[in-house]
Design a protein around this ligand. Structure first.
Ligand SMILES: [Zn+2]
Ligand SMILES: [Zn+2]
Length: 253
C-alpha cells in the first residue's frame, strides 16, 4: 500500500486532503483535465469572465459594457468552483453530477473533499475581460483559455462544511468506471480511512478505522490505546504506549 504523509500532533491526526487526489492524477488523463482546471481557475480568479463555444472569436464589440451580454456569451462572476460548474451546466456546455461528499469526521482528511463527474458536451473556452476602470477607457479581452474538449472528467474539490474552498484536481477520463466512487476507493492513497501505527523499537502495530482515534492491536499481542492519551508528540510521532521508550509513527491508507 502506498501511504500518505501523516500530520500527528496533540489535537490532530490527519493527511492533506489535496494530496489524496494525487492517486487519481496518476491514473487519469491529464491533458484535457488541465484544460478544464485552467478554465475553471481563470473563471475563479479574474473579475469578469465569459464562457463561449470553443471556436468563437470574442471581439471588443462583444464585450462592450452596457447594452447587455451577447446571447452566446455566458457571464461568470462566481466565487467558487461549484457555482462556475453550475453556470456552465445551465448554459449547456456540460452536465455535472456530484458523486462524493466527505466531511472530515469519518476520515483522517485535513479538510472535507468532494468529487463531481463532469461530461463536457459542447467544447468551450473561457475569456477574461479587463474593463480598465482605473487606467483606460478601453475594455479588452485579456486572456482566453485553451478549449476544453468534449468528454468525461472528474473534478476533485477540497471543501469544508459544504463551503467550497479550492479545486484540488481535474482529470480527463477516457472511459468512466461503472461505479466511480468504488473505483476511487480502490486507488492506493485515496481512501484516507485506515490509520496504521507502528513502534520502531518494539515492533508493536495497531490499527484504527474510519477517522477513529482508538487504536487496536494489529496482529500482535498488545493493548489498545486512544490517541487522546498519547504522550510526547515529536516530528509526527508519539511515545510508544507499549514499550514507552520507542517512537510510534503513523501511516494512513
Ligand atoms: Zn514500542
Ligand atoms: Zn523528541
Amino acid at each position: 500500500m502506498s501511504a500518505l504523509e501523516v500530520s500527528a500532533s496533540r489535537y490532530s491526526l490527519t493527511v492533506d486532503a489535496t494530496q489524496t487526489f494525487e492517486s487519481l492524477s496518476d491514473v487519469a488523463e491529464n491533458e484535457s483535465g488541465d484544460r478544464l482546471r485552467d478554465a475553471l481557475a481563470m473563471a475563479l480568479t479574474a473579475k469578469v469572465t465569459y464562457a463561449t463555444v470553443a471556436d468563437r472569436v470574442v471581439t471588443s464589440e462583444d464585450i462592450r459594457p452596457g447594452p447587455g451580454d451577447s446571447p452566446d456569451l455566458t457571464c461568470m462572476s462566481c466565487p467558487a468552483p461549484w457555482s462556475i460548474v453550475k453556470t456552465l451546466e445551465s448554459a449547456g456546455f456540460l452536465t455535472a453530477q456530484n458523486v462524493l461528499v466527505e466531511l472530515t469526521g469519518d476520515t483522517y482528511l485535513s479538510e472535507g473533499r468532494s468529487v463531481t463527474i463532469i461530461n463536457v458536451v459542447k467544447p468551450f473556452t473561457v475569456v477574461t475581460v479587463d474593463y480598465g476602470f482605473s487606467s483606460s477607457e478601453r475594455w479588452t479581452a485579456t486572456d482566453q483559455s485553451d478549449a476544453v474538449p468534449a468528454g468525461w472528467y472528474l473534478l476533485g474539490e477540497v471543501r469544508e462544511h459544504f463551503d467550497t474552498k479550492a479545486i484540488a484536481c481535474a482529470v480527463g477520463m477516457n472511459e468512466l468506471p461503472d461505479d466511480v466512487v468504488a473505483w476511487l476507493f480502490e486507488l492506493e492513497g485515496f481512501g484516507a480511512s485506515t490509520c496504521l501505527a507502528g513502534c520502531s523499537s518494539c515492533g508493536s502495530q495497531w490499527r484504527a478505522e474510519s477517522g477513529d482515534w482508538t487504536f487496536h492491536p494489529d496482529g500482535c499481542d498488545v493493548g489498545s490505546w486512544v490517541y487522546d492519551d498519547a504522550d510526547d508528540f515529536h516530528a509526527d510521532t508519539i511515545a510508544c504506549p507499549e514499550c514507552e521508550t520507542g517512537r510510534v509513527g503513523f501511516t494512513v491508507h
